[in-house]
Design a protein around this ligand. Sequence first.
Ligand code: FAS
Ligand code: PHB
Length: 392
Amino acid sequence: MTTHKTQVAIIGSGPSGLLLGQLLTLAGIENIVIDRVSKDYILSRVRAGVLEEGTVEMLDKAAIGERIHKEGMLHSGFSYAFSGRMERINLRDLIGKNVMVYGQTEVTQDLMDAREKSGAPSIYEVDEAHPVDFDGQKPYVSFKKDGVGHRIDCDFIAGCDGYHGPSRMSVPATAIQTFEKEYPFGWLGVLADVPPVRHEIIYANHSRGFGMCSMRSTTRSRYYIQCAHDDHVDNWSDDEFWDELRRRLPQEVADDVTTGPSFEKSIAPLRSFVAEPMRFNKLFLAGDAAHIVPPTGAKGLNLAVSDVYYLYEGLLEYYREKSTAGIDDYSQKALARVWKAVRFSWWLTHCMHLFPSTTEFDRKIQEAELDHLAKSVAAQTAVAENYVGLPF
Ligand code: FAS
Ligand code: PHB
């Protein structure tokens, strides 16, 4: 058995774990990050695309904002289409804020580069990682690496290991309550090196199902169409994808779509999920380990960042002022923001998608909701506040 010692052991090297690790390292708080897969595998996963202003501020605080400000695309609004119409939410005019389009893959790469430069320890491709004795005073993380047993003795464990990770699963069922809603559809997404159809994101409500136009740069586009929850990427040739996407867009937009070969094609299930609480004595859950939102509202990655903000501030206060006030408040503070984002993502998903149960009446309600949004500054302001991210 190889024994390591640190202050904070972090399970998971996604955005949550890496951002927490980077902030702790900058503050001189020792930490070790472990992950079950390789760096390359983590970077191969195509996920989020929109960063809230608060997220960008946190990445600046983590001293990895340089490339974001160089290569990120600042968006002052986004559009939504329904009944052949295109309407826009002018974020900047409504609430003086923007969002930054910069892929999660790039955020993760920047965090990995920073960790490499800092020399803080990370161990990849571990097996059987588990948080142990987190209810006691001597928590540790056990794992195997190349068949050899390891343990990390620590003060605290950060479970940043995503929805399927071991941290939440290690909490006794009697100590945790979960809230879940599965949506009866998924998102089929493609990445293609073609110019985006418009320079801002478009969410499209259509009688055939939801469609969406996003991007990663001025030469790389990210498109999605709603698909059956049990659909498979092999059922969709590029041509079939492009044809279906264009059917779901207003004609003047569909006519402008530049098609081309996709180099990434994947289907993401849509679910809402929240675990309460997010702290179990010396174990803290952060990011997807604690909650999942449908990608509709672009909240998943951004919630991971606000969790890390609350957890980092609490740990900093503990180590610098020997106060547990911040870590004691962590779960309540994080969950208050999580549930508001879960609500917004749920609302926008219901406005924009075709459910198997959707009736003609439901379609008229969706149309009325989106028409009211187009004509009410109050409604637009409420959407804008949520889309750019509520205060931390
Ligand atoms: P992550 O899941 O990113 O990272 C968890 C890490 O823990 C992984 O690297 C994993 O390998 C590791 N891990 C798991 N089990 C382990 C074990 N046993 N031992 C050690 N390590 C272990 N959000 C948006 O805002 N917009 C989107 O469009 C969007 N699209 C998405 C599409 C998909 C397919 C998925 C799955 C998510 C999407 N999300 C989106 C949400 C996503 O961006 C997450 O919110 C974000 O990755 C959260 O980051 P983490 O909490 O770090 O979790
Ligand atoms: C993306 O670019 O992947 C993206 C953007 C906004 C969303 C979801 C996904 O709401």
